[in-house]
Design a protein around this ligand. Structure first.
Ligand SMILES: CC(=O)SCCNC(=O)CCNC(=O)[C@H](O)C(C)(C)COP(=O)(O)OP(=O)(O)OC[C@H]1O[C@@H](n2cnc3c(N)ncnc32)[C@H](O)[C@@H]1OP(=O)(O)O
Ligand SMILES: N[C@@H](CCO)C(=O)O
Length: 341
């Protein structure tokens, strides 16, 4: 069940802006043990929510690697999203109106800072395992640097220590699609739907890949001039997201990803910052991921002092981290078996 923490004091953002107050939506599963040593914190990616047993079924949940019968599991919605934490659709207490497109820049560090407040509210002083894929992994890396004494072990998949120029270019194209729909600036729920659909269509090309499209979405009717299957698929995926997400949140969260860089303000050397991350780490890559390709996880694993690297394959490319739950759950279970509590 979605729970909420309201923090009725101003929250300073890395940009220098402030949010007059913040709300954090979260889910917990299982029970905190007497020694408070069984916490697993799951960080979600771009359009997921705090119900990790829903979007990461098979990895988080009963009889999976992260089983609530063993662990106290927490997953919190990120600032900027539209699933329970402060985001563009929230009311700005200063104006009495929703922020919509005026929502300030939120960095990955800001998201983690908010989740640290939730961690304190829940009485958690130690996190046995912090885990996340893609943008969830961005938070894991930031948090590991911010609180090295709190986070004991980390699991990263299809992620990166800094947004690549490739990622920034893709996000910029997605925001251009949203901005081309001038309604996205309108102060109403549902503004910018056409732009969001186009942005998701661009995103899908990077969450999947050539092989997936050719194997699953090719037309076998060679006489066709129009109405291709791949086109229908991409349209469908855009419509599907529009039904459950907000253009302003998509715009804001792609900005958050662009600013991701764990070396910002820490000397500017990614390898040197990774070398300071003391946690034991399982780093997983998906061979067919064209968004955060394996070379990014190899870089992480090469420079973390205590990392195990595994590369798997998935026809889903980048989104394989959400789909290949059986392989992921088994690898995680094996690795956790070697990690003392
Ligand atoms: C209620 C919810 O949405 S729960 C999920 C919430 N999402 C999150 O938390 C974010 C993370 N999740 C995701 O990004 C996605 O859900 C993923 C990556 C895990 C899986 O993506 P999916 O869209 O399920 O998989 P896939 O790319 O194979 O597409 C399958 C869908 O496309 C449809 N489809 C496939 N080919 C075509 C086509 N040629 N034309 C039209 N539709 C098509 C299928 O019917 C299916 O539709 P459905 O989702 O309504 O069942
Ligand atoms: N498909 C993912 C984005 C890639 O991390 C999501 O919608 O959250």
């Amino acid at each position: 069940m979605l729970q909420t923490l309201h923090i009725k004091k101003s929250f300073e953002l890395e940009s220098g802006d402030t949010l007059p107050e913040v709300t954090i939506g979260y889910h917990t599963y299982g029970t905190l043990n007497a020694s408070k040593s069984n916490v697993v914190w799951v960080c979600h990616a771009l359009t997921a929510n705090s119900d990790a047993t829903d979007w990461w079924k098979g990895v988080v949940g009963e009889n999976s690697a992260i089983d609530p019968n063993k662990y106290f599991i927490v997953c919190a919605n990120i600032l900027g999203s539209c699933y329970g934490s402060t985001g563009p659709q929230s009311i700005n207490p200063v104006t009495g109106q929703s922020y919509f497109a005026d929502f300030p820049l939120i960095t990955i560090r800001d998201m983690v800072k908010a989740h640290i407040l939730l961690k304190e509210h829940l009485g958690i002083s130690s996190v046995h395992l912090l885990m996340g894929g893609s943008m969830g992994g961005y938070q894991v890396l930031e948090w590991s640097v911010m609180e090295p004494g709190v986070i004991k072990n980390i699991f990263l998949i299809t992620t990166s220590p800094a947004e690549s120029a490739w990622g920034i270019a893709i996000h910029t194209a997605q925001r251009l699609a949203i901005e081309a729909d001038e309604s996205w600036k309108e102060k109403r729920i549902g503004a910018g739907e056409k732009g969001l659909k186009a942005a998701r269509a661009i995103g899908m090309l990077t969450y999947r890949n050539y092989d997936m499209m050719v194997h699953q979405q090719a037309d076998h009717d060679h006489e066709k001039l129009d109405n291709f299957k791949a086109s229908s698929y991409i349209n469908y995926q855009g419509d599907k997201l529009v039904k459950r997400f907000s253009a302003q949140s998509y715009w804001a969260l792609t900005k958050s990803m662009d600013s991701h860089n764990i070396s910002r303000g820490r000397g500017g050397n990614l390898a040197a910052v990774l070398r300071r991350v003391p946690q034991r780490a399982l780093v997983m890559a998906i061979a067919s991921d064209i968004l955060c390709p394996p070379k990014e996880q190899q870089f992480i694993a090469e420079h973390l002092p205590n990392a195990t690297y595994i590369e798997i394959d998935s026809s889903y490319g980048h989104d394989g981290f959400l789909v290949e739950f059986q392989i992921i759950s088994e690898a995680l279970t094996r690795w956790l078996g070697h990690v003392a509590e």
